[in-house]
Design a binder for this molecule. Structure first.
Ligand SMILES: C[S@@+](CC[C@H](N)C(=O)[O-])C[C@H]1O[C@@H](n2cnc3c(N)ncnc32)[C@H](O)[C@@H]1O
Length: 232
C-alpha cells in the first residue's frame, strides 16, 4: 500500500467512477486482477507489503466479539500473507478457510501453519466470483472491499458474501478510513467511515464498530475503519 494522501475525505465513496479524466490504472478484469496480485506477492518478504501485521489484533478482536464456537466456519477473503489463519488455528478453530488471488501468498500461509493447520482450506479464487459450495459463520475481509471502486464489482462482492454467510452469521469488513490513504498497493481505493461501510451491506445489521491506525513495516500510519455486521 502507498500513502499518497492522508487528507480528510467525505465518507463514501471517496472516488466515484468517472470523477476524473485521468483515473489511475487498475486491473479491471479477472485475469488482470489475478496477475497483478500474484506479482504483488512474488519475490518479496512478507513485511515488504504495507499491510503486513504480525498479529491481526483488530481482526481477532472482532471475531471474538461474534462469540462463535471453535467448530464453526470462518473464511478470510483476500487473506494474502495475513496471520489471521495461523492465530485462529492456534486458538483452536477447526474450520478455517482462506481465499486469495495469489497462490504464492496462500503457499506462504500453508508453509507457516504446518501440521496444526492441516485442515485449513486454502483456495486460489476471486472473491467477486467465489463459490466455496458451503456457508460460514464468519466472513472476514481486511483491505479487499476497498479496492472495489465500481458498483458492479461491489454487487458481485455482495452476491459472494450472501452465498457464503449463514443466516444469523457475521461479516467483519475493514477498509481504509476517511483519513486513510487514497491508494493501496498503487491501486485506487474507496475510503469509508463506519456508517458508509455498513450501508454497503443491506441485509446485514451493524453490530459493532472498530478501527485502528495501522503502522506499516516502515513506520507510516494508515487509518482503518472496521465493522462487525450480522446477517438478518
Ligand atoms: C491489501 S492486501 C490485504 C491482505 C490481508 N487481508 C491482510 O490484511 O494482510 C489485499 C489482498 O487481497 C487479495 N485480493 C485482491 N483482490 C482480490 C479478489 N478480487 N479476490 C481475492 N483476493 C483478492 C490480494 O491478493 C491481497 O492478498
Amino acid at each position: 500500500m502507498t500513502t499518497s494522501s492522508t487528507s480528510p475525505t467525505p465518507s463514501t465513496p471517496a472516488q466515484a467512477p468517472g470523477d476524473s479524466a485521468e483515473e489511475p490504472w487498475r486491473p479491471a478484469d479477472p485475469e488482470g486482477r489475478a496477475s497483478f496480485w500474484e506479482q504483488a506477492h512474488t519475490g518479496k518478504d512478507v513485511d515488504a507489503v504495507s499491510w503486513w501485521q504480525s498479529v491481526p489484533e483488530l481482526s481477532l478482536d472482532l471475531v471474538d466479539r461474534t462469540g462463535i464456537g471453535k467448530d464453526e466456519g470462518v473464511i478470510d477473503v483476500g487473506a494474502g500473507w495475513s496471520t489471521l489463519t495461523d492465530h485462529l488455528v492456534e486458538r483452536g478453530f477447526s474450520d478455517v478457510s482462506a481465499v486469495d488471488l495469489s497462490r504464492t501468498a496462500l503457499d506462504t500461509i500453508r508453509g507457516r501453519i504446518g501440521e496444526a493447520g492441516a485442515g485449513v482450506v486454502l483456495e486460489v479464487a476471486d472473491v467477486l466470483d467465489l463459490d466455496m459450495g458451503r456457508t460460514y459463520a464468519v466472513w472476514h475481509d481486511r483491505a479487499v472491499f476497498h479496492f472495489l471502486t465500481e458498483e458492479d464489482e461491489r454487487d458481485d462482492y455482495r452476491a459472494s458474501l450472501e452465498r457464503h454467510v449463514l443466516p444469523g452469521g457475521w461479516a467483519v469488513v475493514a477498509t481504509f478510513g476517511p483519513d486513510g490513504p487514497t491508494t493501496c498497493s498503487g491501486l485506487p481505493i474507496v475510503r469509508y467511515d463506519h456508517a458508509g461501510l455498513a450501508a454497503e451491506f443491506p441485509g446485514f445489521e451493524l453490530v459493532d464498530t472498530s478501527g485502528d491506525d495501522h503502522e506499516t513495516p516502515w513506520g507510516t500510519v494508515q487509518q482503518f475503519t472496521a465493522v462487525l455486521l450480522r446477517r438478518q
